[in-house]
Ligand binder design. Structure first.
Ligand code: MN
Length: 244
């Protein structure tokens, strides 16, 4: 049994999130390589979350909305609101850029995760999928939603590239107080080491350095996000990433 304390991280001015992955104690769980707990934030005295255009590579971003709404726009031209209970899944593949803006409301509460792409899918065409409804059922007074992968005989429609959720099928015992919300993630151990820098994931450091250069030089690898006027600059990777 391993307990990981959430690391507080700043996501834009005054917007603090709790980061569970990656941490010193654990880098990945299956293919999941990033887990942010966003909020809950009282939006009535807050500007909300506004993340300017930024790139991703070799991963999928997975947004599960609990309260509030976030508008996603990306360089494929997708524009999609994600509402409570729904999932937005963006497959970066060889490269994509997006913006995320919460809409005015009372509260904002979500989980944002990244799923690393296995080496043979690292260069897939970028894609965006919205899942307005996911399999839901109720058992022992617990309401369950299957966000991705398979559980017992239920299969989620979510586009994924690795076996996710409980491949071992072992029992998990938990005592929960009323109203508790749990996010269960799992998956087969990821078959290779990945590197991460800023918003880039890659199977080699050189790949990440190239992605950094492509983003900074406005390469057509990362087309513009329609309507976005500001591009977030990437901090330069450490010198060890550029060695070849
Ligand atoms: Mn992003």
């Amino acid at each position: 049994m391993q307990f990981i304390d959430l690391r507080k991280a700043e996501l834009g001015a005054g917007f603090t999130i709790g980061r569970a992955l990656p941490t010193r104690e654990r880098r990945m769980i299956g293919a999941w390589c990033f887990l942010d707990h966003l909020g809950p934030v009282d939006l009535r005295n807050h500007d909300g979350m506004h993340v300017q255009a930024h790139p991703h590579t070799c991963l999928q971003t997975f947004t599960w909305m609990i309260e509030g709404e976030i508008l996603h726009r990306d360089s494929l031209g997708s524009e999609q609101l994600v509402k409570p209970g729904q999932v937005n899944l963006m497959t970066a593949g060889r490269g994509i850029a997006h913006t995320e803006d919460s809409l005015p409301g009372e509260r904002l509460h979500a989980a944002q995760l990244w799923i690393a792409l296995p080496a043979k899918y690292a260069e897939v065409q970028p894609a965006f999928d919205h899942y307005p409804q996911l399999p839901q059922w109720s058992r022992n007074n617990i309401e369950m939603t299957l966000l991705a992968g398979e559980f017992q005989s239920v299969v989620a429609p979510t586009r994924v590239y690795s076996p996710l959720v409980e491949p071992g099928g072992e029992a998990l015992h938990m005592s929960l107080s009323e109203g508790t919300r749990c996010l269960l993630i799992g998956g087969e151990p990821f078959p290779s080491r990945i590197s991460m820098w800023w918003n880039f994931v890659g199977h080699t450091r050189e790949y990440i350095y190239q992605a950094y250069q492509d983003w900074q030089s406005d390469s057509d690898r990362f087309p513009l996000v329609p309507g976005a006027s500001i591009k977030l600059p990437s901090p330069p990777p450490p010198a060890s990433f550029s060695a070849s």
